[in-house]
Design a binder for this molecule. Sequence first.
Ligand SMILES: [Ca+2]
Length: 204
Amino acid sequence: MFLSRLRTFLASVGLCFLVFFAAVPKASAANLVQNPIFDVSYDDWSESGTGFGFTRQWHPLDANDDPASGSFQMELEPTTGSVFLSGLFQSVPIEELTDYTFGADILMPESQSSAHKAQVFMTTFEDPQCFGSHQGLVVATGFVSQQGEWETVATDLETPESAQCARVWFRVIGSVGNVLSVHYDNAFVFDSFELEGIFRSGFE
Ligand SMILES: [Ca+2]
């Protein structure tokens, strides 16, 4: 639960944080994702993918056990082999030649096939609205490795020249013979430099 750990860390260094930001007001890390915590819906996200018994819905289960918030759930029942399905995405404005840190909290409930996988990935576009073809760059987090508990997956994206927009995607890989059920919560895309600035400020 990357974001909750980040909040705890920031609370513990609150004084340094305030001093630092009084001096350098621009160094705040803003999550570029809209509706990242799925309080009541998955509004601001776009649906993708059909077939193989695929369904998607908002769900009251929350990564931070907050009764006032929930998560996004995807289910998949493959009928043949392994099925890759990217079921939800959001376009975010980004700058070229810049490092971003992205990811989400993912819950793979217990008693599922070990062949079932889930991750987050990003693609970049020259078009400012992410229209047209992406630039050929696909960067993915690792797959969740546990069942029955929320796990944060995250990695870095270095945007190519001319990139103006990026899409963050939720992807699952299901195996025939089992229903795959995955929850996503607390999605994030941060400018890596701004994020590191916050952590550096804690030690000054
Ligand atoms: Ca939530």
